[in-house]
Write a new protein. Sequence first.
Lengths: 152, 112
Amino acid sequence: MSQSSSFVYVTFIRTTPEKLWSALTDPAQMKEYWLGSHMKTEWKKGAAWQLIYPDGRITDTGEILELDPPRRIVLRWRNEFRPELKAEGFALCAIDVEPVDKAVKLTITHSIERSPSKFIEAVSGGWPMILSNLKSLLETGQLVLADRPRPQ
Amino acid sequence: MVPFCEMSDEAVFKALADSSRRRLLDRLHRKNGQTLGELCQGLNMTRQAVAKHLAILRRANLVSWKREGRERLHFINPVPIGQIAERWISKFDDPRLRALSNLKKSLEEPES
């Protein structure tokens, strides 16, 4: 415990596991809530993934360790653009999707085998915003104005 | 399992209204992933009182946890606070929300 750093973020979203899974794995949807970034991967166990910043830079990379649609994703995760974070090596990120009542519980568990960890500190700031965006995206209707153009 | 109906702003505000619970969150913010025993250290509260406050924080989704061996580690979960901030702060000036709304609309259309 003292040798690792982690956080566990939870949000409850009024949606279905399938819709949430789609939002988690579809690059177009990801860009909307992930502050313009998206993940590039084949979504297969053992596949490599890259997190691409809006300007095309690769910010993070890793490998898909587990993939169990629409329930669980486990990623090896390393930052690529901040040397002091990259030096810490690979972290693990587990994404769990679980139906609860009429909602879906989304749990993000990010951990690294070192303490303290600058990487965990850095990503712990970003996730709440991303999860909040994701929840809004899938759930709230208040923001929708009738005259707004629809995509597609 | 925490019933979804309690995942409301109301539960978050009620949970945050108590200074002991805010202090527990401060302690988790300083050092994340603590056991009940660790959280009790140096606090002028009984173990039962801390456990009760933690239960309220968990119901409000301000504290998450995971099992590690026989221990339950507690983590601060700032997601509901971000949600509340978004409600009053970012909503008015964030053009991204427009894109989110549109995407939500397109996602939900097949179901309606």
